[in-house]
Design a protein around this ligand. Structure first.
Ligand SMILES: NC(=O)c1ccc[n+]([C@@H]2O[C@H](COP(=O)([O-])OP(=O)(O)OC[C@H]3O[C@@H](n4cnc5c(N)ncnc54)[C@H](O)[C@@H]3O)[C@@H](O)[C@H]2O)c1
Length: 405
């Protein structure tokens, strides 16, 4: 007698040279993984998504509404980066496709770059290095300082700002911070009630705010003027937050002793295109091409983190840290089947679901509901789901129903 064929393995498609650890995690989880080195344009993406359950992409593949709508078997998409602007999130929500990203994986890399720049600028290493390369031996200590005992003012005390706070204190700096939201001060850090208070006290000001619209030109001539004479300025957050011509004037007037900038309002769109900025050529100014989060360690962490999210959503329906779905996580109930229902967020859906289960004589072993904007998500463990599936699928509020056996 022949043994029945094993069910086909679900397919995962990973684009844009995503780290090997992602493919490893998904293969371990039972996926057939196909990898593509580059990005795909819309037509190629539509063709490639046929039969794919899980997609991984980075920032160069545009996941348009057309691509989402054409991808009938797609359950989840992972942005193996921080931003998700390349993904049409509304289309994904409407189709019941979960989207994940890696919001924390490169925070340590940004913090280490900021710390290295604080030390380099405070010691004027940029000037010493430039002079040595032109044959000038300048052994003077003038203008070079230790960071120990200096005051670091962190603007934006989120994932990055708060981690910078801890490591800067370990170096002997005293930390002040200003955040528009209520944030717990870590270690001996001191919260400032206003940005002005921070600017008046800090020897180093480092921006780590998020990209909300209101932060456009947050930092301009007025804020630079309020900084202490001889202080240092860093921006590794977003380019549009800082007025670069005001920064240039305050470096040239030596009101600021130095600056480090990793993010710019306008950047070259292609490799070869020159980098244009009024900050080029300034003394004791470190310019880096948005590499704050770009380390091999961060890429590896992103690979494992996002692949883990895709696996947990595909296999258990766990949507923690999804960009677009309600957050739901339910521990497995042994010996049950799991119903994963994404539905329009209107009153009474949970009652309808449980009414249908009761009508079919199905007992609920465990259940959890979450809602977010237009979507609701209810996960239910039952002993045997098959009888009720057509009725749940036919509910007018149903966006997508999956059954895990
Ligand atoms: N340079 C890089 O390569 C790189 C890498 C990762 C992240 N980033 C950027 O770094 C920034 C911080 O990232 P994160 O993960 O810490 O973000 P986060 O969302 O965890 O923290 C941002 C913090 O800024 C605060 N904030 C926002 N606007 C403010 C304002 N006007 N005044 C005071 N506080 C304000 C928020 O309340 C929040 O606590 C983001 O803009 C992110 O895009 C850059």
């Amino acid at each position: 007698m022949s043994t029945p064929a094993a069910p086909p393995r679900p397919r995962a498609l990973l684009l844009e040279s995503i780290h090997d650890d992602a493919a490893f995690t998904l293969r371990e989880a039972g996926f057939d993984v196909e990898r593509v080195a580059g990005a795909l344009d819309e037509n190629d993406l539509v063709a490639a998504l046929d039969g794919v359950a899980v997609l991984g992409l980075r920032s160069n593949t545009m996941m348009t509404a057309r691509a989402v709508q054409a991808a009938g078997s797609l359950v989840a998409a992972g942005a193996f980066c921080i931003g998700t602007n390349q993904i049409d999130l509304a289309a994904c929500s409407a189709a019941g496709v979960a989207v994940f990203n890696a919001p924390f994986s490169n925070t340590r890399s940004v913090v280490e770059l900021a710390l290295s720049e604080i030390i380099a600028l405070t010691r004027r290493l940029t000037d010493k290095n430039a002079a040595m390369h032109t044959g000038v031996w300048d052994k003077s200590a003038a203008g070079s300082h230790e960071v120990r005992g200096r005051r670091l003012g962190i603007v934006g005390y989120g994932n990055i700002g708060s981690q910078l706070s801890v490591l800067a204190e370990a170096l002997g700096m005293s930390v002040l911070f200003y955040d528009s939201a209520d944030k717990l001060a870590l270690g001996n850090a001191r919260r400032c009630g206003t940005l002005e208070e921070l600017l008046a006290e800090a020897d180093v000001v480092s921006l780590h705010v998020d990209g909300r619209e209101g932060n456009n030109d947050l930092f301009g001539a007025e804020q630079f003027a309020r900084m202490r004479a001889g202080s240092i300025f860093l921006n590794l957050s977003r380019g549009f937050v800082v007025d670069h011509s005001a920064l240039r004037s305050h470096v040239l007037s030596v009101h600021l002793a130095g600056a480090a900038v990793d993010v710019f309002p306008v950047v070259p769109r292609t490799k070869g295109e020159p980098f244009v900025s009024e900050l080029r050529g300034l003394p004791n100014v470190i310019l880096t091409p948005h590499v704050g989060g770009s380390t091999e360690e961060a890429q590896q962490d992103i690979g494992a983190f996002v692949a883990g999210k895709l696996r947990d959503y595909a296999h258990a329906g766990t949507s923690s840290l999804s960009v677009n779905l309600p957050t739901v996580s339910l521990p497995a109930t042994p010996g049950t089947q799991r119903l994963l229902l994404l539905h329009r967020n209107t009153p009474g859906v949970l009652a309808s679901v449980n009414g249908l289960l009761a009508e079919h004589g199905i007992n609920v072993e465990a259940q959890v509901l979450g809602t977010r904007g237009p979507l609701g998500y209810v996960v239910t463990d039952v002993a045997e789901a098959d009888d009720v599936v057509p009725a749940l699928r036919a509910m007018p509020e149903t966006v997508r129903l999956r059954v895990l056996r």
